[in-house]
Design a protein around this ligand. Structure first.
Ligand SMILES: Cc1ncc(C[n+]2csc(CCOP(=O)(O)OP(=O)(O)O)c2C)c(N)n1
Ligand SMILES: [Mg+2]
Length: 786
């Protein structure tokens, strides 16, 4: 923590001069990077490249203060998506970003539109883009930091998780969900710095919106700091007439303030003269400033005042979560500052030329790191080399991208197979077995669930490994000797993080846990459980977690219409397609528990591989007869085939006329139908699909590489004669499997679910949905008859 002396140092005049020069440089570079991409770089498609000069200008001062003075290498930052150009400009000044990538901003291989952990090369901590998610993920990252530090898994110094937040991002409900969750978990070391420019994309925000938002922060125990006026305005307020001036600005509607900011000094003078001209002292203040100076004075908000920013940030030394509401001007210093339509506004070439001249730059000096600054280049470089944040980032210095040591995973996971059980039960048993052990795998698994821990069978795991809490909590029901199967005692050693129902929080928690190796140097193997239909509720956050290459396992039960009597809105139809559509996530829907064990063993390893990814397991609560078979190609279950997406449960004869293809919970119906059709068609095959997603991905990848015949699915289907037909069946959208017909040009009848909402028992529902054995046999007859 900085002491008082360093705080004073932080604000020394020399440093302020350097930082002000850097602030100008960063503003210039961010605007120029966007301008270059839109107006200088030749366009091949006629599309506007875009970029956000106004949104970037709004954060230029705050980010200058942070990156060049306040942040330390262990601090982690989520930058508002549309301030990406400022981030890249700062990294360029620190020698961590190349001119080439700035010149190719938003082009292939160039700096990305929005900060991206996976595509950018200049050390992005959290990807952003879908507003609100980057904000909230910082809170979860802070919980993860506590989790790994309290368990002694990370030796990294404690950092602050910082979000640079556009004020309209606070319209996103997920931000408030995260605040509530954070409060429950004793959140600390989290800074949300609000770029309070009072403008969104379309308009100027309503005046009183921030009263309740601020109240929310305070009521949840955040340290709220309002950074409103800069030093110049404060000095004016101290003069005669200053109180009236302050009151005038305080009550000035956001729209009027923005409009006057756009119009400039003469408009300010006219408005102030009209409203306050008779107030003693005001004339004197007005006369002491020409129009330009008056414009500067009236827009001297604290979010653009480096001394105020440094004092505030350096002065915040405790670990309470902090919310800084920093008043700023959207487009500050640029010709469209304050204009309500400036969000996607771009300076035109003439405006840019004028801005270049104002920055003291000549043609050809646009990318020069030192030109136009009136600072000795060597002194600037020495300063940049010494900034605290760069100590972890420069060449030869420790990288901020960490690596957690790999966790060994046994090749097979033990499971006590009952004769009849569901995949969800099997999941609970597999985890329960792991929980009994004391190996690294058991130590690094961390589970989390949005209030469905017990109903998704995590109970046995939690009973053994405990709830995570920063401080010991008691299980009062247990103390009171009230009998319960669940032991819920919280402790720093606990390995289950219990969340409230909000599914967005589940996926943001998984995003943060799944980046622990990279952010904190400690590999975790996170498993999240939820009800399958509610994947859609948290889908943007799930997509976000996968987008930044966080590694996790999502286990979703119950799924489909098979949950039968619960029916209604809890039935999921589209989730298999979501599983196929999400990049970086492999989805599986096994029918049997031995398949599940093979998938989980493979999955824990896959989650750790540089070229691996996350998993989504769609499970069921329906109990089915479990086959007794050993693991290994010869003994019974071909685990490699299970991982690749499918295997022949009953191989077809060489003259087979058709095959039934099933996925997941409908295995008994497929088996029954298959037994029935064998009487007439003894050669018919029965294909078990464990992952439509992997089958499809393997097929398209092989086709891209010109070896389509090598694809696992192609090899499987090649066991059938070319003219053989397929009948596919899944408790989900039929399109999940209907594509199988294209692999070898076979006719397909695809059974599945296309409507939802009816409660019933399984026999009725399968009949109504056309999924029962009769429906499958019927479909076989139809395809055979053409
Ligand atoms: C979830 C989502 N919805 C919409 C957008 C499009 N969008 C990008 S920025 C923005 C307005 C943001 O305003 P604010 O947060 O105040 O940022 P400012 O540009 O004012 O700094 C919108 C609607 C988005 N990126 N993400
Ligand atoms: Mg805004």
């Amino acid at each position: 923590m900085p002491d008082a002396a360093s705080t004073v140092m932080a604000a020394s005049a020399d440093k302020i001069r350097l930082l002000e020069a850097l602030e100008r440089k960063v503003l210039w570079l961010s605007a120029w990077t966007i301008h270059n991409a839109n107006h200088v770089r030749p366009s091949r498609d006629g599309l506007k490249v875009g970029g956000h000069q106004a949104s970037s200008a709004s954060l230029a001062s705050i980010m200058t203060a942070l990156y060049f003075d306040v942040l330390r290498p262990q601090d982690r930052v989520a930058v508002k998506p549309h301030a990406s150009p400022v981030f890249h400009a700062i990294q360029y000044m620190l020698g961590r970003q190349t001119r080439d990538k700035l010149e190719r901003f938003r082009a292939l291989g160039g700096a990305q539109s929005y900060p991206s952990r996976t595509k950018d090369t200049d050390d992005v901590d959290f990807s952003t883009g879908s507003v609100g998610l980057g904000v909230a993920v910082t809170a979860f990252a802070s919980l993860v930091q506590d989790y790994v530090r309290l368990k002694g898994l990370s030796d990294q110094p404690e950092g602050r998780m910082v979000a640079l937040v556009g004020d309209a991002e606070m319209d996103e409900g997920n931000v408030f969900e995260a605040m509530l969750e954070g409060w429950k978990h004793d959140l600390r070391n989290t800074w949300w710095i609000i770029d309070y420019n009072r403008q969104s994309l379309d308009s100027v925000v309503s005046d009183r919106l921030w009263v309740p938002i601020e109240g929310m922060f305070r009521s949840l125990d955040w340290n709220v700091q309002i950074l409103k006026y800069g030093k110049k305005l404060e000095a004016a307020f101290a003069q005669e007439g200053g109180d009236a001036l302050r009151q005038w600005i305080d009550t000035c509607p956001n729209q009027l303030y923005s409009a006057l900011t756009f119009k400039g000094g003469a408009a300010w003078r006219e408005a102030l003269t009209h409203d306050l001209g008779d107030t003693r002292g005001i004339r004197h203040i007005l006369d002491a400033h020409d129009d330009a100076a008056l414009g500067t004075l009236m827009t001297n908000l604290a979010g653009h005042d480096l001394p105020t920013l440094l004092e505030t940030f350096h002065g915040t030394t405790d670990d309470r979560p902090a919310c800084f509401i920093a008043y700023t001007v959207k487009g500050r210093g640029l010709p469209f500052q304050g204009h309500k339509d400036n969000h996607s506004g771009l300076m035109n070439p003439d405006q840019m030329a004028a801005f270049k001249a104002a920055c003291g730059l000549k043609d050809g000096q646009e990318w020069d790191r030192h030109a136009g600054l009136d600072i000795d280049p060597a002194a600037l470089d020495a300063f940049l080399d010494s900034v605290p944040f760069a100590q972890g980032t420069g060449p030869g210095k420790a990288s901020r991208r960490l690596k957690g040591a790999a966790i060994p995973v046994p090749s097979a996971l033990a499971v006590d197979l009952g004769a009849r059980m569901s995949t969800q039960e099997g999941f609970g048993k597999i985890l329960g077995e792991i929980a009994k052990g004391d190996d690294d795998l058991a130590a690094r698994i961390v589970t989390t669930s949005p209030d469905v821990t017990v109903s998704t069978n995590l109970g046995p795991w939690v009973n053994r490994r405990g709830l995570f809490a920063r401080h010991e909590t008691q299980d009062i029901f247990r103390e009171q000797k009230v009998v319960s199967a669940q032991r819920w005692q919280g402790a720093p050693s606990g390995q289950h993080i219990e969340l409230g129902i909000a599914e967005h929080n589940l996926f943001l928690m998984l995003a943060a846990l799944g980046l622990s190796h990279d952010l904190f140097g400690a590999r975790l193997l996170p498993i999240g459980t939820l009800y399958d239909p509610f994947i859609k509720r948290g889908l943007d956050a799930m997509n976000y977690a996968a987008y930044q290459d966080a590694r996790f396992m999502v286990v979703a039960t119950p799924s489909g219409v098979t949950l039968a009597p619960e029916g209604g809105a809890h039935q999921s139809i589209a989730t298999p397609l979501i599983g196929m559509g999400l990049p970086n996530v492999s989805s599986y829907e096994p029918a049997y528990v031995d398949e599940l064990a093979a998938i989980m063993a493979w999955g824990f390893d896959h989650m750790q591989r540089p070229d691996g990814g996350s998993l989504y397991l769609r499970l069921t609560t329906r109990q089915v007869d479990q086959p007794k078979r050993g693991q290994g190609r010869e003994q019974g279950l071909d685990r490699d085939a299970v991982i690749a997406g499918g295997y022949w449960l009953r191989p077809p004869a060489p003259d087979a006329e058709f095959a039934i293809v099933y996925c997941g919970a409908l295995a008994p119906e497929a088996l029954e139908a298959h037994a029935q059709v064998l009487e007439d068609c003894p050669g018919a095959g029965l294909l078990a699909v464990t992952s439509p997603d992997r089958l499809h991905a393997g097929w398209t990848a092989a086709q891209r590489e010109g070896r389509g015949g090598d694809a696992h699915v192609h090899r499987l289907l090649s066991a059938l004669p070319a003219g053989a037909k397929l009948v596919t069946v899944i408790d989900g959208h039929p399109a999940t499997l209907s594509w199988l017909g294209s692999v070898r040009g076979q006719t397909v009848a695809a059974l599945g679910v296309e409507t939802f909402g009816q409660s019933a028992d399984i026999p009725d529902l399968y009949r109504v949905q056309g999924l029962d054995a009769d429906a499958i046999v019927d479909a076989c007859a139809k395809v055979l008859l053409g």
